[in-house]
Design a protein around this ligand. Structure first.
Ligand SMILES: [Zn+2]
Length: 123
């Protein structure tokens, strides 16, 4: 049987002829360097579902980068606000007047296709 001492996997020594940048970042694979270009769709991974504002992203229908337009929609969070306000103040119409309390639909300004949905959550 094996002894208790297990051989540790030492980091492989890098040859000197290929000087590599030392890994400073704790997550080497997650943050890829993004080259800033003019025409390449570089922002396809923008998570519009967590962005309540207009975002610069890539529309697969138009096949170009666009800035989404926001359409407000009364969502669950809006009605939760309504309910809470009604309990405490008796006035429940305020959330429907405040865009920040509403769901946001990201739409392409050119083809109007829905690109993302930000759900406003009260909790
Ligand atoms: Zn589009």
């Amino acid at each position: 049987m094996y002894p208790n001492q297990q051989p540790q996997a030492y980091p492989p020594k890098q040859p000197n002829e290929m000087p590599q940048v030392q890994m400073i970042s704790p997550s080497p694979q997650m943050s890829q360097p993004v080259a800033v270009g003019m025409q390449q769709p570089l922002v396809t991974n923008t998570n519009l579902n967590i962005c309540p504002y207009s975002c610069y992203t890539y529309c697969g229908t138009c096949q170009e980068n666009i800035t989404t337009i926001i359409t407000n929609k009364n969502g669950n969070g809006t009605y939760q606000w309504c309910f809470l306000l009604f309990l405490f103040t008796g006035c429940c119409c305020i959330p429907f007047l405040i865009d920040n309390c509403k769901d946001k639909i990201h739409q392409c300004p050119k083809c109007n296709s829905q690109l993302g949905y930000f759900e406003y959550k009260l909790f």
